[in-house]
Each structure stands twice: as structure tokens, then as C-alpha cells.
Design a binder for this molecule. Structure first.
Ligand code: MN
Length: 361
């Protein structure tokens, strides 16, 4: 059901896959099964009860458009389903990123009024990742990058990833820091006392991983070095907005007073300057409305964007959550499309003029 009173609705964390990618994941050696993501992916793509997601992930045409139409979503910003190309070695990951971005650009070209997309890169090779980011944005017209947290257990605050961040800053596009499971060295901490992995995935592991990664980037000084970097977090900021005051207090008390930490600003300042949040995974459970309002109040409406996380979350209830918030028309416009159009430089909705937005060519 379309969202009354909203001229346009953009969903910003919408997953897709393509056969060559799934086949390459399938070829990964069994010794990689200690990787929590691969274990989960093999459940999704091989186990009958997980396979309900397979067909909608692979559908970048009529079926997906029908789901968008039913929910009243005008534009979906597509991204390759996690963990993207980050399980592969450097050469295969780099080649797969190129293939994925070409595929995505072709699907967008088939439906330019409905789809935009984020490029994947393989941080395994930061220099080639920087080149692919440039190609994907300037030649393919993609609207930013999606990076699925750690790569082979390494985090993007390591100095070796600086060429990639410098390329992103030069392109002036956002990076969607999408969750994946923590590295294998965390595995035991996510297991119960009988060795069953109970806290991996979207129950806890994803949020832990993306929140940790963001805080690592913040305390590393990356945002002082490259102050215009733009990060996007799903799931209402992976828990970080709840701790805004405590981050700032403890950065000073527990860190600076000991002579550590040389950032120009407090952590909360970077969260409000360099980070945008989306509503992916938020349904109209009674808890969601108040939590969303809390994030709007603490982070500012200008940092909030709508997302569904199709096909892992349902589209109609996700839109209903936005409707039930009873926001002012201006705030609803901001979260439904205006912030996303500005941040990702998407085409303006009909009637909004050609001045702002417009896809990069
Ligand atoms: Mn997602």
C-alpha cells in the first residue's frame, strides 16, 4: 500500500545476487566453513528452509518491481548480498567485484526509474579496490559503495586501507558499512556451552560487528584525516545511537585523560557528522516506533533514511512503520526520499526539478 502524503519513497538497503556469485561462493573450500558467514550462506542457499530468500535475491526484474509496487517503493538502491566479494582471495574478489558491478549497472540500465545501486569492491587488495570504486562510480554511474565489515578478519581502520578511503573521499560517495558475522576468532564467544553457534547472524553477531567496525574507524582518526567521508549504517545505527553520551564521556575520561586518543572531536560528533542511519530491518513491532523516534531525536532527521532489507524483511510492514510514526510532512519527506536523493545523488523524484540530485554520468 503506498504511503499517503509522501511523493516519493526510496529504499536504500536492498539485496540482490546473481548466479555467478552464488556459484563462486559454492566453490569456496570446506576449510573456510569456520567462517561464520559461509556457514550461514550454505544454510540459506542449500537448506530448504533457508531457500525462500534465493528466488527474490536473484530477481532483479518483474518480481522485485511487483514487491516494490505493492509496498509503494519508487526506487530501490540495490547492493550485492553480504558478505559480497570479501570471502574470496584478492584476485577472485577483485574479478568478482567487477563482474557484480557490471551486472548491477546492467540491471539499473534496464530500469533506470526504479533502481540505483552501490558498488562492491574487494578490500583484500586496497589499490585495486580503489580503482574499481572509481570505475564503478564514474563509468558505471553507481551511487556509492557497500562494504561488508571485516575482510579476512581485518578492519578498515588499518593503514593499508587508506588508498581505498582516499579514493572514496575523492569520489565523494558514501560507503554503506553493511554487517556480516564477526571473524572466526570470535566464534567461541558466539556459541553456547554446547558449542552451538547461537549468537551469530542478525540475532547479535551482525550488529556487534558493524558497531565495532564503526567505532574502530572513529577512534582511528580516519575522520580527522578525511573529514568529508560519509558512512551509512543500517538497523538504526547498529545500537550506536543509544550510547552517544557515554561514548563522549568515556572518550574523555577513559582515554584522553590517560594521554591516549588524539581525535579532534568526540565520537558522537563524528557519528553526527560522518554517519547516516537507515531503518533496515525495522518492522511495526511496538518497540520499533519509539526506537526510530529516539534515533531521529538523537541523530537528527537529516541523518535518517528509509530501508527495508529486502528480501530478508517484508516490504509492506516496513513501509507501515514509517506511516505509523505520524511525522510532519517535511520530516517524512526527509526520511522517505530527500536525504537519500541528496546523499547518494539519486535522480530527483518527478516534480522536484533537475537541480538537486541527478545520477552521475
Ligand atoms: Mn542487509
Amino acid at each position: 500500500m503506498p504511503l499517503d502524503g509522501v511523493r516519493h519513497l526510496v529504499a536504500t538497503e536492498e539485496a540482490f545476487a546473481f548466479p555467478g556469485y552464488l556459484e563462486a561462493l559454492d566453490r569456496l573450500p570446506e576449510d573456510a566453513v569456520r567462517d561464520l558467514d559461509l556457514k550461514e550462506l550454505r544454510f540459506i542457499y542449500r537448506h530448504p528452509s533457508g531457500m525462500e530468500w534465493l528466488a527474490p535475491l536473484l530477481d532483479t526484474g518483474a518480481g522485485r518491481l511487483a514487491v516494490m509496487d505493492e509496498a509503494g517503493v519508487d526506487r530501490a538502491v540495490l547492493s550485492l548480498v553480504a558478505p559480497g566479494v570479501q570471502l574470496f582471495d584478492a584476485d577472485e574478489g577483485t574479478a568478482m567485484a567487477r563482474e557484480a558491478n557490471d551486472f548491477l549497472a546492467e540491471r539499473i540500465a534496464a530500469h533506470p526509474d526504479r533502481f540505483s545501486g552501490l558498488a562492491v569492491v574487494a578490500p583484500q587488495d586496497p589499490e585495486r579496490a580503489a580503482l574499481e570504486a572509481e570505475r564503478a562510480v564514474t563509468r558505471l554511474g553507481l551511487s556509492g559503495l557497500v562494504i561488508n565489515c571485516h575482510t579476512h578478519g581485518e578492519y578498515l581502520d588499518h593503514p593499508r586501507y587508506l588508498p581505498l578511503w582516499e579514493a572514496v573521499a575523492a569520489l565523494d560517495v558514501p560507503v554503506y558499512l553493511h554487517p556480516r558475522n564477526p571473524p572466526p576468532r570470535y566464534r567461541d564467544l558466539l556459541c553456547d556451552h554446547e558449542g552451538q553457534v547461537t549468537l551469530a547472524g542478525a540475532l547479535w553477531g551482525f550488529h556487534h560487528e558493524a558497531g565495532l567496525h564503526t567505532m574502530r574507524l572513529i577512534v582511528s582518526g580516519l575522520f580527522d584525516r578525511l573529514p568529508t567521508l560519509k558512512l551509512v549504517l543500517g538497523h538504526l545505527g547498529e545500537g550506536l545511537p543509544y550510547y552517544l553520551w557515554r561514548f563522549d564521556y568515556m572518550y574523555h575520561r577513559g582515554y584522553r585523560l590517560k594521554g591516549q586518543g588524539s581525535n579532534e572531536l568526540n565520537p558522537g560528533d563524528y557519528l553526527r557528522r560522518n554517519v547516516w542511519l537507515t531503518t533496515s530491518g525495522i518492522h511495526p513491532h511496538a518497540d520499533c516506533g519509539p526506537t526510530l523516534r529516539f534515533c531521529i531525536e538523537r541523530m537528527g532527521i537529516e541523518r535518517m533514511m528509509f530501508a527495508i532489507d529486502h528480501p530478508f524483511q517484508e516490504s509492506v510492514p516496513a513501509v507501515a512503520t514509517l506511516r505509523d510514526l505520524a511525522l510532519s510532512p517535511a520530516d517524512l519527506d526527509a526520511i522517505a526520499w530527500r536525504n537519500a536523493v541528496e546523499l547518494f545523488r539519486l535522480p530527483s523524484p518527478p516534480g522536484e526539478g533537475d537541480g538537486d540530485g541527478g545520477a552521475p554520468t
